[in-house]
Ligand binder design. Structure first.
Ligand code: ARG
Length: 297
């Protein structure tokens, strides 16, 4: 015989705090950009797969878009190819593109799918090529080091930007109870394969689905204000001001820009949260204060 465990009052409080959100989120589409530490740390990977499965079972429609930069670099290096970047963008020649597609669409995508499935979710892996999900075209980067320097146009190779999203395949899978997991690779007008930034892909897919949330899992707490304090909630206009005032800098800038585009075209909120924290997704979605920075219109 075992004695009955007594769950604390705290546990009940937590569940009760979550109830209005569970009700509100029922049927809502949530696009999650999965990357960074949460994708490599064993424990965090398990937590993420559990969180996504839980979301599906309580009636949300999670869609996962993943990155995989470190995993691509590993394979490139094993092949004796040195990864090269300009402005954070991978220089993608034909051989590199093959590796990107194999690693993202094969290894990385399937390992996420398998992990979610092991926790009882039914995940299906896609790349942007499947069902014509992502149409892309070649991206050119304009680099200007100072105001009087002539702009330099950089050709990153097979790096694309999204021109069209056909979300039908995602809708079909979601409606049938599956969890779509998307590798950020798209097709060009002439059938080329393009490597596309996963933050951008997540934003475009969230827009096409009119998602209730686009959640960026990052390695930082969120947006910090001028004195380094976490900003819990920020409106589009305030975020633009922080970019102009150089308070938001570096890798956070493109994320915020994608977030602004998303909230500008129908996505309700874009939380940017720290994927290094265990169960970050649940804490953001089902508590009143959340744990990161939510960007709103
Ligand atoms: N859980 C609520 C939601 O997802 C509130 C989250 C608030 N988050 C924040 N970073 N201020 O809508």
């Amino acid at each position: 015989m075992t004695s009955a465990p007594s769950p604390s009052r705290n546990v009940a409080d937590i569940l009760v705090e979550a109830l209005p959100y569970i009700r509100k989120f029922s049927g809502m589409t949530i696009v999650v950009k999965y990357g960074g530490h949460a994708m490599v740390d064993e424990q965090l990977r398990e937590d993420f797969a559990q969180d996504i499965t839980l979301l599906k079972f309580i009636g949300l429609n999670p869609v996962v878009v993943h990155g995989g930069g470190p995993q691509i670099n590993q394979v490139l290096e094993r092949m004796g190819i040195r990864p090269q970047f300009v402005r954070g963008m991978r220089m993608t020649d034909a051989v590199t593109m093959d590796v990107v597609e194999m690693v993202l669409g094969g290894k990385v995508n399937k390992s996420i799918v398998a992990l979610i499935n092991r926790h009882g979710g039914r995940a299906v892996g896609l790349s942007g090529k499947d069902g014509g999900l992502l149409q892309a075209e070649k991206l050119h980067i304009v680099k200007q080091d100072s105001a009087d320097a002539p702009p330099e146009i950089i050709d990153p190779g097979l790096v694309g930007r999204v021109t069209r999203v056909d979300p039908e395949i995602i809708l079909t899978l979601s409606q049938k109870g599956f969890i779509p997991v998307v590798a950020p690779v798209g097709t060009g007008p002439a059938g080329e394969t393009f490597n596309i930034n996963a933050d951008l892909v997540a934003s475009r897919i969230a827009m096409a689905l009119s998602a209730g949330r686009l959640i960026y899992l990052t390695d930082v707490d969120g947006v910090l204000d001028g004195s380094g304090r976490l900003v819990s909630s920020i409106r589009a206009a305030e975020a633009e001001e922080l970019i102009r005032g150089n308070v938001i800098t570096g890798g956070m800038i493109p994320k915020i820009e994608y977030a602004l585009e998303a909230v500008g075209s129908g996505v309700t909120k874009v939380p940017i949260i720290n994927g290094r924290k265990r169960h970050a997704l649940l804490l953001e979605l089902f508590t009143d204060s959340g744990i990161g920075t939510e960007v709103t219109q």
